[in-house]
Design a protein around this ligand. Structure first.
Ligand SMILES: *Cc1c(COP(=O)(O)O)cnc(C)c1O
Length: 359
């Protein structure tokens, strides 16, 4: 029997390099609280993300919660997309923030700026929370324009998009705040971990206290915070993966190119009308219908290959009172993510495409 091919596979970095990091932790006996590896990983990420103000935190969900708290959104209302991982909205609910779903664009699968403006015109919205889904950058200039026009902040869930660019610029140059996940299933990971990036230094300074119980450098607490620190062990993993990230990105980009070459006559892909690059974290295809999706999924499974039907908003049962807009329903029921990892071979990609085309 063939080895299982899963939709993704966590990457384990060079063991020797990782052991050297662990050895340094044993030498220093500094396990968490802004340790040397945390600082080194922060410096590395500033370069990789081209972002001056960023904070490492213990996971991507806490990154979102801290960002929402920072913009004082508790008991207020935001507009967001339903086509995303549950954490975008569960973090809102956890912070007692009301939210409304706005529809997505049928090409980018991201929050539609025009429909967002229609809703903003009616008032009583205090922030926009777009998601750069599957690494596709939103129309970021459009959201910056809306942000200025309506005086509301933009907080991006960029969990999938750390290496995406918009019009040849780092995505982190746009919006007020971005939240990135460094979870084991993500391309750049620290087992568990997250990053918050800030446009404004004041936001960065306040968040730095918020992730450490609210304490300033002298231990004074002027407002309550939380513990969202990243440990040295996690920073070690993140640092080691980040040293290999360029190579990992290149491998995945080639696999995506091969998938596209095989499947472009048969399926639509996520795309945008503006210049962009997409972080190669997922490879989603749009099927004609849910029926076709389920058929492909089961044919692949019969060959021990596991594609994934991500982000079906009907899974969010706690939101029974919110209706899902129509484009989102269509996209969510017909998008299937094919296996993608740096361990996947060209031969395996060709096999997957052959099974799909014969389905
Ligand atoms: C993974 C993910 C998160 C949550 O990140 P964690 O690090 O797992 O807490 C949030 N939003 C999206 C879109 C994600 O895919």
């Amino acid at each position: 029997m063939n080895k299982k091919i899963l939709v993704t596979e966590p990457y384990l970095p060079n063991k020797q390099t990782f052991n050297q990091c662990l050895e340094s932790i044993y030498q220093n006996k500094w396990l968490t609280n802004n340790g040397p590896l945390y600082q080194e990983f922060t410096t590395e990420l500033k370069k990789l993300f081209k972002s001056e103000h960023l904070l490492l935190v213990s996971n991507g969900t806490l990154a979102l919660q801290v960002a929402y708290k920072l913009k004082n959104l508790t008991n207020k209302k935001v507009i967001t997309t339903p086509f995303t991982f549950a954490a975008t909205t569960t973090a809102l609910a956890w912070e007692n923030i009301e939210f409304e779903f706005c529809d997505i664009d049928k090409h980018t699968w991201n929050l539609c700026p025009n429909k967002t403006e229609d809703r903003l015109k009616q008032g009583a919205i205090d922030a926009i929370v777009p998601v750069n889904i599957f690494g596709m950058p939103c129309d970021m200039e459009a959201f910056d324009f809306l942000s200025r026009k309506y005086g509301v902040p933009v907080i991006y869930d960029s969990a999938h998009a750390p290496f995406s660019t918009y019009k040849e610029r780092s995505i982190f140059e746009f919006g007020d705040i971005h939240c990135v996940s460094l979870h084991a299933t993500k391309l750049l990971h620290s087992v568990e971990g997250g990053v918050i990036t800030f446009k404004y230094k004041e936001d960065f300074e306040r968040a730095k206290k918020l992730i450490n119980f609210g304490q300033d450098d002298n231990g004074i607490v002027n407002e309550p915070g939380i513990n969202a620190k990243l440990s040295e062990f996690h920073a070690a993993m993140g640092l080691c993966v980040s040293k290999e990230i360029e190579e990992l990105i290149n491998i995945r980009k080639k696999l995506i190119a091969l998938y596209k070459q095989n499947l472009e006559d048969f399926f639509l892909f996520q795309h945008a009308s503006y210049d962009n690059t997409v972080t190669p974290m997922y490879f989603p295809i749009k099927c004609e219908s849910k029926k076709q999706l389920l058929n492909i999924k089961s044919k692949l499974a019969a060959n021990n290959i596991y594609a994934r039907h991500y982000f079906d908003p009907s899974n969010l049962k706690f939101l029974s009172s919110l209706s899902i807009p129509s484009t989102c329903n269509k996209i969510a029921s017909s998008v299937l993510c094919l296996p993608l990892s740096s361990q996947l071979s060209n031969v395996q990609v060709n096999t997957i495409c052959k099974i799909i085309k014969e389905s």
